[in-house]
Ligand binder design. Sequence first.
Ligand SMILES: N[C@@H](CCC(=O)N[C@@H](CS)C(=O)NCC(=O)O)C(=O)O
Length: 206
Amino acid sequence: MIDLYTWGTPNGRKISIMLEEVGLPYNVHPINITKDDQFKPDFLKISPNNKIPAIVDPEGPDGKPISLFESGAILIYLAEKTGQLFPEEPRASYDTLQWLMFQMGGVGPMFGQAHHFRRFAPEQIPYAVDRYTNETRRLYGVMDKRLGDADYLAGADYTIADIATYPWAARHEWQGVDLSDFPNVKRWYDAIGARPAAQRGMAVPA
Ligand SMILES: N[C@@H](CCC(=O)N[C@@H](CS)C(=O)NCC(=O)O)C(=O)O
């Protein structure tokens, strides 16, 4: 049974959606990042950057336990462990990796800053709000163009690139984004939202 250390945030929900999609059983360990659980020594042994998500798989690739942090690495690990949601054919595999990296290096950090400056900063700083809201909208534009050409981010198939991006799009209201401005993203968002595994994963931790 895989141990998942998580909280109710987009990065955490990437992994619960993935575990639900591939059908691996898992135990949820809530790490309350609003109460500094992420700084506790036992958690730091698993996740030295004091961030969720992290996993411990008692049956790693060599049959021994493995612990992993960084959601992109965890998604690749679970995809390779199960042979699901990460195409093997080289072109499709690189398409998946490039859209996964686009999420990890662009969507996650920029949407996260939009959340911070729009909702959580102790004072409203117009420069920061505009900068990250505009960058978020630009990234939705990139996704909308891509999803006008393909059903999913990496092409014809639903992959870990979509799983990484969906929980961030689920916070579109926090970002001041109306999905009707991005109709291809909306179609993709609704398709993933209709998947029972995505619905179960989005409800973790309970
Ligand atoms: N690049 C990391 C980012 C993880 C991340 O930012 N996690 C946030 C919650 S979404 C967190 O644990 N924050 C707590 C902190 O920074 O102290 C990943 O994708 O796993």
